[in-house]
Ligand binder design. Structure first.
Ligand SMILES: Cc1cc2nc3c(=O)[nH]c(=O)nc-3n(C[C@H](O)[C@H](O)[C@H](O)COP(=O)(O)O)c2cc1C
Length: 342
């Protein structure tokens, strides 16, 4: 069924197809009996896991950038995700880069995006989460808050943007992911330098102490970090007692693609995600996990489409996995398929 729907959706510009699909799912979920039916159809095999002080229904979540504005939590919970990472949220709303900015590479089961942190801004997203929490006190969905900086904020002041997002979202999310690894905000990835990172992360850790219920803070890193730089980031994470790592974001690399060169060049700049990212992402998970020696958990992100991809990530040392591009190619049964035990 999904291959047919996908072939229709793939005729449309990628961002429009995304909006149409989510609007359709929302309509379906507006009718309580249909929502219940969908919940049954998409029901994942639960294998609960306790991690970061939280109870996840199972190990499969939705990566950041899909529900940037926390608009589809009910729908995403209905189709079985154990957790959804909202954002990247910035203090002030941003429209992002001009359209088109999201492209499919079907021959590679990949996407290229240069969205540029388009989001409704902190205040609106906080109101939405507050309303969600009020209406769904029994929801088991774990919500991660992925936070970033506005495009116009200079890197020297970036920590102030992260702090604003952290403090305002704190009561409404279960964990935080600090995003310094998206390729589409100029200069953002320079914040992965140990000195800048330490400033941002320790500022958030200090702020965390002011709240009675502390929230885990994770760091999301780029797959384009050299192995040596990855080692430095991991050492820093250990030295400041960070809570976890998300590995990895999209890559600037275009190597080994099946899509023809002219088509790739005509797409232009952006982060590549999906199957071509899998190998690098898994290598990084393995390297980080060896260095961490179990000191903090890793969430794997990058090219996870199937149960065997997810198993490989767990064997490499991850504790949870997140999907994004796989959701587009595999469809809404992806969580059920990954979690099913045989
Ligand atoms: C269109 C699009 C938008 C994204 N936006 C964000 C974002 O705002 N913040 C972030 O940390 N990651 C973002 N990502 C990266 C994903 O969260 C994920 O780490 C990456 O795509 C690799 O996973 P995948 O191969 O399963 O897609 C985005 C990815 C895509 C495809």
């Amino acid at each position: 069924m999904y291959p047919l729907l996908r072939s229709i959706l793939f005729q449309l510009p990628a961002e429009r197809a995304h909006a149409i699909s989510m609007t359709g799912l929302r309509w379906a979920c507006n009718l309580a009996p249909l929502r219940l039916l969908l919940r049954l159809i998409f029901r994942p095999t639960d294998a609960p896991i306790r991690l970061l002080g939280l109870s996840f229904r199972h190990r499969v979540g939705l990566a950041a950038g899909f529900d940037k504005n926390a608009k589809y939590l009910r729908e995403l919970e209905t189709i079985g995700f154990s957790h959804v990472e909202i954002g990247t949220v910035t203090p002030i709303a941003q429209s992002g880069n001009p359209l088109p900015r999201l492209f499919r590479l079907p021959k590679d089961r990949a996407l290229i995006n240069r969205m540029g942190f388009n989001n409704d801004g902190l205040d609106t997203i906080v109101q939405r989460l507050k309303s969600w929490r009020g209406k769904n006190p029994d929801s088991q969905l774990i919500i991660g808050g992925n936070i970033g900086k506005n495009k116009q904020t200079p890197n020297d002041n970036a920590w102030t943007d992260y702090l604003r997002c952290f403090e305002a979202l704190h009561p409404f999310v279960d964990y935080f992911t600090v995003n310094v690894s998206s390729p589409n905000t100029p200069g953002l990835r320079a914040l992965q330098e140990p000195e800048s990172l330490k400033k941002i992360l320790t500022t958030l850790q200090e702020a965390n102490k002011k709240f009675t219920a502390k929230k885990p803070i994770l760091l999301k890193i780029a797959p384009d970090l050299e192995n040596e730089a990855l080692g430095e980031v991991v050492d820093l994470a250990i030295s400041i007692d960070l809570d976890g790592l998300v590995i990895a974001n999209t890559t600037l690399s275009r190597s080994g693609l099946n899509t023809n060169q002219a088509a790739i060049e005509s797409i232009g700049l952006g982060g590549l995600s999906g199957a071509p990212l899998r190998q690098r992402s898994m290598e990084m998970v393995k390297q980080a996990s060896t260095r961490l020696q179990g000191k903090m958990p890793i969430i794997a992100s990058g090219g996870i489409f199937t149960r065997s991809d997810a198993q490989a990530a767990l064997e490499a040392g991850a504790s949870l996995v997140q999907v994004w591009t796989g959701f587009i190619y595999e469809g809404p049964t992806i969580v059920k398929k990954i979690t099913k035990s045989n």
